[in-house]
Design a protein around this ligand. Structure first.
Ligand SMILES: [Zn+2]
Length: 534
């Protein structure tokens, strides 16, 4: 049992009562603590860790998507087409065909065409989000319904991809241009949200997860989470980062609305204490904001979502009201602007334990790495992405060039600088399994990569103990619950995961194959592998 307490103690016995840990030690639980009602579990050969915590996951939206057409990890255009055809046929009466998960690397320029989609679905509007959620692929019917023509200008912070000669929309939409079509889709019903949440939380428990930062929650999601908790079916602690996009009514009314949500939608396992902001897009489609131009985009460096003064005012207003600010920033410019905004907020407000977080962190200027520590900002990485796959080698590295590419996902450098690093999956963008993320954090290679290849950017590898901390005690710290969860210590809540094998005794490339045997939330089993026995 690896307790993840501060000295990283190993133990062999844990006692649990009333949802809390009452004993941790190297001998068996003392006799006086065991009575006739006590369940005794023999852990021979297995490993116990604190329940995994995911520091950035779209748990509810990911669950909803599983009820739609999913295209994740389908790696050829022909196979994508077959999958869409089958999915559309299975839904003859639905007015829209919608889905998610096409991989950017499948289509040249990450740019699938409406012509291909029209051949499969000529009669109904159809829209498919990309795996990363920052692009979408629409057919002609959908573009027509949205009134998108060659004369439609690109919206702010978005791009309508076009045929270079005719200017005709080609079918792919980036960032805010997606909503020109997606705004026409019917909102998911409360029943659909509840079903999505049920799918999401089951998968999370199966992966050993007992706590998650819900990375984007509009009011309907908050309502679904609270309803599930009141119905006693919410088996994951949820820290919600609520949707905080300011509208035309201004920052003051935004903050009032958010404060109301925080009051209304707090429940025992639901804490809406964070707000979500986006400061840029992604490198692969040229929408991340960089300090110097992309090498392959004619001097374009990508645009940040908020100008600095606006981001500063937003951060200061939210910080003043006690919100934790959780910002999507991928490019080195977006990251620097976000750090600047956090610094501004700390200067104008009283100093406090704010734990503002930047997530994704694909390209950090090395000069900015120490600022995370000095400003007390959490670095939330998705270690799974640091694997040297085709997203990196075919799309990101060529547009960044060699010297900048060195600073992609610099997890090791952040750890060396004393930054609190937490782990997230960004599921459904990528694998929900913390064991996949832990393996990639220490190998910097795809989980399926069996060969003993050198890591991609070996300087940025972290050790196994650090990788586990990212998904336990450090994510607990990110979410203001390190006093109650994140390690196995007497007095804390009994959130535990039992793994088939000791991660320290197997080859790093085998970690992703270790099975979760049992997941325990507050002393109650919320997942148990079939045939695991007791
Ligand atoms: Zn996300």
């Amino acid at each position: 049992m690896y307790t993840m307490d501060a000295p990283r103690t190993w133990a062999t016995a844990v006692g649990v009562k009333g949802g809390r840990i009452i004993y941790v030690g190297s001998d068996s639980v003392p006799d006086g603590m065991i009575d006739s009602e006590t369940e005794v579990v023999d852990l021979a050969g297995k490993m116990v860790l604190p329940g995994f915590q995911d520091g950035h996951v779209h748990l509810l939206a990911g669950g909803v998507e599983l009820g739609e057409c999913t295209l994740f990890t389908i790696m050829s255009a022909a196979a994508v087409a077959d999958s869409i055809r089958a999915c559309a046929r299975a839904r003859p009466s639905s007015p829209w065909v919608r889905g998610v998960g096409w991989e950017l690397t499948v289509f040249p320029g990450a740019n699938p065409s409406k012509a291909l989609l029209d051949r499969i679905i000529p009669d109904r509007p159809a829209i498919f989000d990309a795996a990363d959620g920052h692009s979408a692929w629409a057919n002609s019917k959908a573009l027509d319904l949205a009134g998108i023509t060659r004369d439609t200008p690109d919206p702010p912070d978005g791009r309508i991809e076009r045929d270079p000669r005719t200017r005709e929309p080609s079918g792919t939409l980036r960032e805010s241009a997606i909503s020109l079509v997606s705004d026409l889709l019917p909102e998911p019903t409360d029943a659909e949200l509840a079903a999505g949440l049920e799918r999401g939380r089951r998968l999370a428990n199966k992966a050993g997860i007992t706590s998650a930062l819900e990375a984007w929650a509009p009011e309907s999601f908050l309502r679904a989470y609270v309803a599930a908790d009141l119905g006693k079916t919410l088996t994951v602690r949820i820290i919600a980062a609520v949707d905080a996009e300011p509208d035309s009514t201004g920052i003051d009314s935004l903050v009032r609305r958010l404060n109301d949500w925080r009051t209304i939608y707090t429940a025992p396992r639901v804490r809406p204490v964070a707000v979500k902001l986006y400061q840029d897009g992604v490198i692969e489609s040229g929408t991340a904001a960089l300090l110097a131009p992309y090498l392959d985009r004619k001097g374009d460096a990508g645009k940040p979502i908020y100008p600095q003064p606006m981001l500063d005012s937003l951060a200061a207003a939210l910080d003043r009201e006690g919100w934790q600010i959780h910002v999507h920033a991928i490019g080195d410019r977006a990251i620097r602007m976000t750090l600047d905004a956090f610094e501004h907020a700390a200067n104008v407000n009283r100093p406090r334990d704010s734990r503002h977080t930047i997530t994704h962190l694909q390209l950090i200027d090395p000069a900015d790495i120490p600022r995370f520590r000095s400003l007390g900002v959490i670095a939330n990485f998705e270690p799974f992405w640091a694997n040297g796959d085709e997203y990196v080698t075919k799309l990101a590295e060529p547009s960044l060039g060699r010297s900048r590419s060195r600073w992609m996902y610099p997890i090791g450098s952040a750890v060396k600088a004393g930054v609190v690093v937490s782990g997230g999956s960004d599921w459904s963008v990528s694998s929900l399994s913390p064991l996949d993320g832990i393996q990639v954090a220490i190998t910097r290679r795809l989980p399926s990569d069996r060969a003993a290849t050198t890591p991609w950017l070996p300087e940025e590898v972290v050790d196994l103990s650090t990788a586990i901390a990212m998904y336990t005690i450090n994510a607990a710290y990110e979410n203001f619950q390190e006093r109650e969860t994140g390690s196995i210590e007497a007095g804390k809540l009994a959130d535990l995961v039992i793994l088939e094998k000791n991660l320290f005794e197997i080859a790093p490339h085998d970690i992703h194959r270790v099975r979760v045997m049992r997941t325990i939330l507050e002393g109650k089993t919320v997942f148990e592998r079939e045939g695991a026995g007791r």
